[in-house]
Write a protein that binds this ligand. Structure first.
Ligand SMILES: Nc1ncnc2c1ncn2[C@@H]1O[C@H](COP(=O)(O)OP(=O)(O)OP(=O)(O)O)[C@@H](O)[C@H]1O
Ligand SMILES: [Mg+2]
Length: 229
């Protein structure tokens, strides 16, 4: 199987006045559907910058990103939103749910953006919530959900439109260890059972248990890459 996502010798240099920060330095990686890739590294090592380039929300200074065989650098700016919508679901540390919408409505909002028919919204949002084990919480508001449940709503939202790639930046950082493990289990299932390519940025040692490949970054460079068994 060909990789669904590749980054080829990618670098990002931020220019702040006279100061230059090399946030990501010549990194190459690839991931296939059904795999979970974990990116670890100290604060400031370039993890979020790397993930943002993988998700085509940040342009590399050098190198290229290949999504499903297509070189993103060759595409025009106005082609990028469609690539993002079709291929990527994003999950963040802070959940980013709309507080005044129920779980189902939070998912529906994204389905609507992706052009789903109004009549199918409710059924599909509940389907996606079931996939992350939250079918029973469709009509709950975020304030009535636990942290882990909120993060699972965020996963359901990331799955809206069934993108093949899920990118998660510190998805367990705001959760206690047990809830974090539960959420990581859901991410693993998305890879192993639903066939998604899952990229997780995390400091959480429990994330090692769900990853097929672990990459360590330091100062923007890959210092090791291993496959835990
Ligand atoms: N927009 C920006 N402009 C200038 N420098 C930036 C910008 N974003 C990030 N940086 C710098 O790039 C480096 C990498 O940042 P990044 O956010 O990718 O690190 P990180 O590994 O995600 O850290 P953390 O674990 O704290 O989230 C840091 O030195 C940071 O200060
Ligand atoms: Mg970060």
């Amino acid at each position: 199987m060909n990789p669904i996502l590749e980054i080829l010798d990618v670098s990002k240099v931020y220019q702040e006045g006279a100061a230059k920060v090399v946030a990501v330095d010549s990194v190459s990686l690839s991931i296939k559907k059904g795999e979970a890739l974990l990116i670890m590294g100290p604060s400031g090592s370039g993890k979020t910058t790397l993930l943002s380039m993988m998700g085509c929300i940040l342009h590399p200074t050098k190198g290229d990103v290949v999504v499903d065989g297509r070189m993103v650098g060759n595409l025009t700016e106005d082609a990028l939103p469609d690539i993002r919508k079709k291929y990527f679901g994003f999950v963040f540390q802070s959940f980013n749910l709309f507080p005044s919408l129920t779980s189902a409505e939070n998912v529906e909002a994204v389905l609507r953006l992706k052009g789903w028919d109004k009549k199918e919204l409710k059924t599909e949002s509940v389907n996606l919530l079931k996939k992350v084990g939250l079918g029973e919480r469709a009509d709950f508001y975020p304030r009535d959900l636990s942290g882990g449940e909120k993060q699972r709503v965020a996963f359901a939202r990331a799955l809206a439109g069934e993108p093949p790639i899920i990118l998660a930046d510190e998805p367990t950082a705001n959760l206690d260890s047990r809830t974090g493990k539960d959420v990581l289990g859901v991410l693993r299932n998305l890879a192993v059972e639903s066939g998604k390519a899952v990229v997780i940025v995390s400091h959480d040692p429990n994330a090692l248990d769900v990853a097929h490949t672990v990459v360590h970054l330091e100062d923007g460079k890959i210092i090791s890459q291993e496959k835990p068994t």
